[in-house]
Write a protein that binds this ligand. Structure first.
Ligand SMILES: [Ca+2]
Ligand SMILES: [Ca+2]
Length: 190
């Protein structure tokens, strides 16, 4: 029994940092140039992989963030009309916000969040001042950002995400170990 208590204490202490993990800000800027995709660590487990949307497009990275390069928009490697970026997470996360650079009151974007079963939310379309854009902590593993109008030109500079809260995960773990102990005791008395 003493070793069981020790095991529970060890499991509880090792799982606490994961449960207590805080919000993660992910800076998307760098000097990578054009690439098929970019991946970043959230810092609490899941990874996010970012790909370009549109025809013959690539993700373009510079110090201001990620944009899209395509053959038809004449070397403009910001996100322009008919272009967008998809953000795929290896596990579900809480989506807090996305911050744009080069974004001004003439720009419009559409944001679409996966709601499960391969379906996306209705488009969330914003004009002008809504930067950073707040997701309000929705839990998902995918969203995409697209430029909507011919004058749109911007980049995605950073993301803020957080772990999905797991209420009662520690209690479930303790309950499972308790059940295991009862089974062992029954076996011994039989
Ligand atoms: Ca472009
Ligand atoms: Ca702009």
């Amino acid at each position: 029994m003493r070793s069981l208590i020790a095991a529970v204490a060890l499991l509880a202490s090792t799982s606490l940092p994961a449960l207590a993990a805080t919000t993660s800000g992910i800076d998307l800027g760098g000097q990578g140039g054009d690439a098929e995709s970019y991946s970043f660590d959230t810092g609490f487990g899941p990874k996010v992989t970012i790909r370009a949307l549109g025809w013959w497009t690539e993700v373009s990275q510079n110090a201001a963030g990620l944009g899209v390069d395509s053959w038809y928009d004449l070397g403009n490697d910001q996100i322009n009309a008919l272009e967008g970026l998809s953000f795929s997470f290896s596990e579900k996360v809480r989506l807090n916000s996305v911050t744009f650079s080069g974004f001004d009151r003439w720009d419009t974007y559409g944001i679409y969040v996966s709601v499960g079963d391969g379906r996306l939310s209705d488009d969330i379309i914003t004009l002008g001042s809504d930067n950073p854009f707040s997701f309000g902590g929705v839990v998902s593993d995918y969203f995409k950002v697209a430029a909507l109008g011919p004058l749109d030109s911007f980049r995605v500079a950073s993301l803020e995400v957080a772990p999905v809260p797991l209420p009662g995960a520690g209690l479930l773990l303790l309950g499972g170990l308790g059940g295991f102990a009862v089974l062992r005791r029954r076996k011994r008395s039989a």
